[in-house]
Design a protein around this ligand. Structure first.
Ligand code: UTP
Length: 297
């Protein structure tokens, strides 16, 4: 699918408190999923959707992230001397994926605040936001579809996924109505982390957005919301209320594979599922999982 060239913003400045102490000296986006940090999967996804300019919003422990996407000549020379071309290619790959820029968030005042930091870099264009701890399986392209819908309808587009009603309090939640397209809904309203009783649906906002530059003015005036943070969901709710700001807000309903690596249990499951799919690790891991499952009987 061909998509117009847009820039991507990857916020990775959260405190990652659910993962302490692992995230004490390392951003959660650097936690390995099988053998790559989570954020490399996210960059690869952006690149697969046709994006070649990425700005990461980083916080404390920023060096880990920046170093991963940089060259490491000493290590490269050692691998070259040893003739280990497979590992050499894997070491170089992150630095050759895209043009990657880094911006400090300063205080972690919320996801909306992190996105606002990208205003100058993005300028007056539509842009994508990909959360650095939320992985979408490479076999289930979502972002390219969102960019296509945004382009066709001059719309802000968010990604939605059905979740069990008991889980909706963990997400932003959308009040929607159908459109003529099976995987696209019109978003009438949004509420951040509602209780199951208050939730207008079981459609949760997941970590992919295609935003129009009109959102920046809204973010500038968005007051801290749930958790005392400047919430991207609150700014999107204002856009959904008033189409004149940045066009309609549409949701692409995703039914593919998603891995939430910011949550400990989902992180462990993600590692198992992705390793099972790997040719080098899958067969041995499958035998181990089968044996383990048998031992519970
Ligand atoms: P989360 O809601 O997962 O928050 O952020 P968190 O603080 O990182 O994690 P916990 O809940 O304490 O474990 C969603 C995304 O927004 C980024 C995070 O890095 C993550 O990708 N974020 C959040 C920022 O970049 N800045 C912020 O101020 C808050």
């Amino acid at each position: 699918m061909t998509t117009p060239a847009i820039k991507a913003v990857i916020p990775a400045a959260g405190l990652g408190t659910r993962f302490l102490p692992a995230t004490k000296a390392m951003p959660k986006e650097m936690l390995p999923v099988v053998d790559k940090p989570a954020i490399q999967y996210v960059v690869e996804e952006a690149v697969a959707a046709g994006i070649d300019d990425i700005v990461m919003i980083i916080g404390r422990n920023k060096n880990n992230l920046a170093n991963h996407f940089d060259r490491v000549t000493e290590l490269e020379h050692t691998l070259e001397r040893k003739g280990d071309h497979g590992k050499l290619a894997r070491v170089i790959e992150p630095s050759s994926l895209a043009d990657i820029h880094f911006l400090r968030q300063g205080d972690p005042l919320g996801l909306g605040h992190a996105v606002l930091r990208a205003r100058k870099h993005v300028g007056d264009d539509t842009f994508a936001v990909l959360l650095g701890d939320d992985l979408i399986d490479a076999r289930d392209a979502l972002l390219a579809r969102m960019i296509e819908v945004s382009q066709a309808q001059s719309a802000t587009v968010i990604a939605l996924m059905e979740v069990d009603p008991s889980q909706i309090h963990l997400y932003g939640c959308a009040d929607v109505e159908p459109t003529g397209e099976y995987d696209v809904v019109r978003v009438k309203g949004l509420v951040e982390k509602p209780s199951a009783d208050e939730a207008p649906s079981n459609l949760a906002i997941i970590g992919r957005y295609v935003l129009r530059p009109g959102i920046f003015d809204v973010l500038e005036r968005t007051a801290p919301g749930k958790g005392g943070e400047i919430q991207l969901t609150d700014a999107l709710a204002e856009l959904a209320d008033d189409e004149t700001i940045a066009g309609p807000v549409l949701g692409v309903v995703f039914s593919g594979r998603r891995y939430d690596t910011g949550d400990r249990l989902d992180y462990i499951k993600s590692n198992i599922l992705l390793a099972l799919d790997r040719e080098d690790l899958g067969p041995d891991l499958k035998a181990f999982v089968q044996e383990l499952a048998g031992s519970f009987d």
